[in-house]
Design a protein around this ligand. Structure first.
Ligand code: ZN
Length: 608
């Protein structure tokens, strides 16, 4: 077509469309990428070389071998405890070149997001050892995206957590816009630029409309760019109507003349919303749930998508590529063995099988999207949507929204379903919490390993405010530790003692089930106290040898009870404060107790 990357709609229906991204890499046209498409989210900077990363190693191998277009974000390495030197190594070559040796050539497009959401609650952390400096973050992130070889990139953005106060939201939206315009300018100077998606944010449908209108006013002369809708992840499953509403806000605001050359990506919201989003006109989506489910050995049922535990399956009646080449018996045999970091008796590591489950789950999500794509092609997307809505799981709120906002859908749906429950509208400005989580909503993955450098375990109780780090109790401890130990604070592994889930290592603080649950452990709740203690004891049995020092700092009675049970089983567990006057929260903030904590920690954290 032209000498730059472009998107073009090929089939436009009343609802839904088919199109193609015509991408160029180093000036050479790639085969058109047909949309709607679902990208698997992957991590590839997981270790000091291409041979690490557990499940990711196997996932990448498969995805690259089959040339599946993928999505990643450049700050994903923050989850893997890598040093600046290691990131220097990853920046020497593109991802494609780096992995050519172990995995063979990979020609499919790679979409590289900025990872702005990683910085959401971590504005204090310094990334300068990784070549990303505060003052030049947008440029540095762009550089990183370019060196890693993104064919498609999204500009550094500042996502809006639900309930964020207006003034802060406006500041963040302005910064996101400013970065986007800057990236447009930088790419315009390049010989062979990647294809750009501008990240869009807003606190409501009208808000995001306004944002998109500003984009088009400013970028009227840019031939083709995409729009990527962000800030949706925390709403997903909690407020699906708001997810759909904001996406429609983006669609509303695109000028008619630009519509068939502007692709829309929805960040972080796929799963059971996928067919609905494609119906509304979203051109691409990405999934992390395929791998999250696999980590708890959850296998998507080929027809119902219901998640089943792999050890409970009698057979895998799935015709997907992955299941055809995998033996259920072999997989179950491996999972039943206790070892995690050695080969199982099948000759393979467990992560190999975790990857297989993930890949199957991904295939199922693709299948669900493809059904809608075929319906769009055949011009019966409305019928396909109604059929889907009538039997899909977990889409009640999204369907209610469709009933309210799409008359054709409502009319057709009412013929199939006698009555539909009225949607309860949620307050968008409140912190969105759910009481529906159970102890099983979160568990530490079976293959979990504590970060290498963290050699002191410190457990403190959970808090109402999420993520925990933002709560008063956690901030106070954090400040105290920083002023006492400075740099050396990084050796402390904070594990929150959740009344609902038991131990929650700090790396899991932003998981959906951890961010959105609301639970208060009462001293009377003996069963839950026992459950939390059991989980904590299990954690220590597995990982105790990793730590030099294991400390709990807890004053409330219920949480003390949990840790007293832990103390009984683990003699070296230190429960602080040693002598709280009362067992209640107010004691938590007393200097005398915090000083005692610092003193005990000093034994392990200051040079002798
Ligand atoms: Zn399968």
């Amino acid at each position: 077509m032209t000498d730059t990357s472009v998107y073009q709609t090929t089939v436009q229906r009343k609802a839904g469309r088919i199109g193609a991204l015509h991408l160029r890499r180093n000036g050479i046209a790639l085969p058109p990428l047909s949309t709607p498409i679902l990208y698997p989210v992957v991590a590839f900077m997981t270790s000091t070389n291409t041979n690490g990363g557990g499940i990711w190693k196997y996932l990448l191998k498969d995805v690259m071998k089959h040339n599946v277009p993928m999505l990643s974000q450049v700050l994903h390495f923050l989850d893997f405890n890598l040093t600046g030197n290691t990131i220097g190594y990853w920046r020497e070559k593109s991802m494609r070149e780096r992995y050519r040796d172990p995995n063979g050539p990979y020609d499919a497009p790679m979409f590289l997001d900025s990872g702005g959401f990683k910085l959401l609650y971590n504005t204090g952390i310094s990334l300068s050892e990784f070549g990303i400096h505060k003052e030049t973050a947008a440029d540095d992130i762009l550089d990183f995206q370019l060196t890693l070889g993104g064919d498609i990139i999204a500009s550094l953005d500042y996502p809006l957590p639900p309930g964020l106060v207006r003034s802060e939201a406006e500041t963040r939206m302005n910064r996101s816009l400013k970065n986007a315009f800057r990236v447009v300018e930088k790419l315009a100077e390049m010989e062979n630029p990647p294809y750009l998606y501008i990240c869009c944010h807003g606190q409501s449908r009208e808000d995001i409309q306004d944002y998109v209108m500003q984009v088009f006013e400013r970028l009227a002369d840019v031939p083709s760019f995409g729009l990527a809708v962000g800030s949706l992840v925390p709403l997903r499953g909690e407020n699906d109507s708001e997810v759909l509403s904001r996406i429609c806000g983006v669609l509303d605001a695109i000028p008619e003349s630009a519509r068939d050359r502007t692709p829309i990506h929805a960040f972080g919201v796929s799963g059971n919303l996928t067919p609905i989003l494609a119906y509304l006109g979203v051109d691409s989506l990405d999934s992390t749930s395929y791998v999250q489910a696999a980590r708890s050995q959850s296998y998507a049922h080929p027809d119902t998508q219901k998640k089943l535990k792999i050890l409970e399956l009698d057979s895998m009646e799935c015709t997907c590529r992955v299941c055809q080449e995998t033996s259920l018996e072999e997989m179950q045999q491996a999972f039943m063995e206790p070892k995690s970091y050695r080969r199982t008796s099948t000759g393979k590591y467990k992560s190999y099988y975790y990857a297989k489950i993930a890949l199957h789950n991904f295939e199922m999500e693709v299948k669900s999207l493809d059904n809608m794509v075929q319906a769009i092609e055949a011009d019966n997307s409305l019928e396909a949507l109604v059929n889907y809505a009538a039997k899909a799981r977990g889409v009640r709120e999204a369907v209610s929204w469709l009933v309210e906002n799409n008359h054709e859908f409502a009319a057709k749906m009412s013929k199939m379903v006698v009555s539909f429950p009225k949607r309860i509208t949620t307050q968008p400005t409140k912190q969105i919490l759910s009481l529906n989580y159970t102890p099983d909503s979160f568990s530490i993955p079976l293959d979990y390993q504590p970060p290498t450098e963290k050699r002191v375990l410190l457990t403190i109780p959970c808090a109402g405010k999420k993520p925990y780090s933002l709560s008063r109790t956690h901030s106070i401890v954090n400040d105290k530790l920083r002023s006492a130990f400075g740099e050396n604070q990084r050796f402390i592994h904070k594990i929150t003692l959740s009344g609902l889930y038991g131990p929650v290592p700090e790396e899991f603080e932003s998981e959906e089930a951890v961010v959105h649950y609301d639970f208060q452990l009462l001293p009377q709740n003996a069963a839950q106290i026992q459950l939390s203690a059991d989980r904590f004891n299990t954690y220590l049995n597995q990982h105790k040898t990793h730590y030099e020092l294991i400390i709990g700092y807890v004053t409330s009675r219920a949480y003390r009870k949990v840790l007293e049970l832990v103390e009984k089983q683990h003699q070296d567990f230190i429960l602080l404060p040693t002598k709280p006057k009362q067992k209640r929260l107010s004691e938590f903030f007393r200097h005398i107790h915090l000083d005692e904590l610092i003193e005990i920690l000093s034994n392990a954290l200051t040079a002798n």
